[in-house]
Design a protein around this ligand. Structure first.
Ligand SMILES: *Cc1c(COP(=O)(O)O)cnc(C)c1O
Length: 236
């Protein structure tokens, strides 16, 4: 029997090695890629073990779960990421806790984030979620609408737009995700030529347990990995 910590240390080593291998393959540096460990399927104990193993960026897709885990791990130096769909009435709760919101998908949401960040006297760091595949079941802005949305967000002085995020369709083969990751990067490269005070499109948040290596090859700066880190834990 292995302890929670032993299982997590082993899984983490595998994930880090896969990221390093994808970097070698694509001529990138592992320091360009931040692992965001998605803790939504595990309790605070496993999340704590992960932080103690050296992961400092944790992600949750629900506001209440993020609030609960942030409270349970308040003694640790965690950088929290909000990666799931965000309702406007939850912005006030999540903003003081989250380092980065990966999932801005409308101008109305952006306005609310701007207003609440203003009250806190800071700038909220955001990514725009892009629905590259066009699946009806997915949140996110259609690729064609991202440019116009960025322009409309130009006047929101309490928001800093740092990049794009996407979730490709669930697929059995990670190679099937590659075209979606590539399109997100190409979209970013086009939009990055626009100049806007609150815009610096340096980040691409893409890749999950199934396809993070391919995402790194295609330029991901954040990979959001859950299942692969908790394999072998009951409930993970
Ligand atoms: C759950 C989730 C992930 C992680 O998925 P795994 O397949 O468990 O690695 C990444 N991004 C988002 C937005 C998620 O909701």
């Amino acid at each position: 029997m292995s302890t929670i910590a032993e299982i997590i240390v082993k899984n983490l080593a595998i994930v880090r090695e896969n990221i390093a291998a994808a970097c070698r393959k694509s001529g990138r540096q592992p320091s360009e890629v931040t692992l965001v460990a998605v803790t939504k399927t595990v309790g605070p104990d496993a999340a704590r073990a992960l932080v103690e193993a050296g992961v400092t960026n944790l992600g949750e897709n629900r506001v209440q779960e993020l609030v609960n885990k942030a409270e349970a791990l308040h003694d640790l130096p965690v950088r929290w990421h909000m990666i799931g769909h965000l309702q406007r009435n939850k912005v006030r709760k999540v903003l003081p806790l989250a380092q980065l919101i990966h999932s801005v998908d409308s101008l109305r949401l952006a306005h609310e984030i701007n207003e609440q960040a203003g009250k806190l006297g800071r700038q909220a760091r955001c990514l725009i979620e892009v629905n590259v595949s066009g699946e009806a079941s997915k949140f996110g802005v259609p690729p064609d609408a991202v440019g116009p949305l960025l322009k409309e967000m130009a006047t929101l002085e309490h928001i800093r737009i740092e990049g794009l995020m996407t979730m490709p369709p669930i697929a059995p083969d990670p190679e099937l995700s590659r075209p979606y990751f590539r399109r997100l990067r190409e979209l970013r490269d086009v939009l990055a030529t626009e100049k806007q005070d609150n815009l610096d499109l340096k980040h691409l948040s893409m890749g999950m347990s199934q396809d993070y290596a391919v995402a790194v090859e295609e330029g991901a700066t954040f990979v959001r990995v859950g299942t692969a880190l908790f394999k072998g834990l009951s409930g993970g």
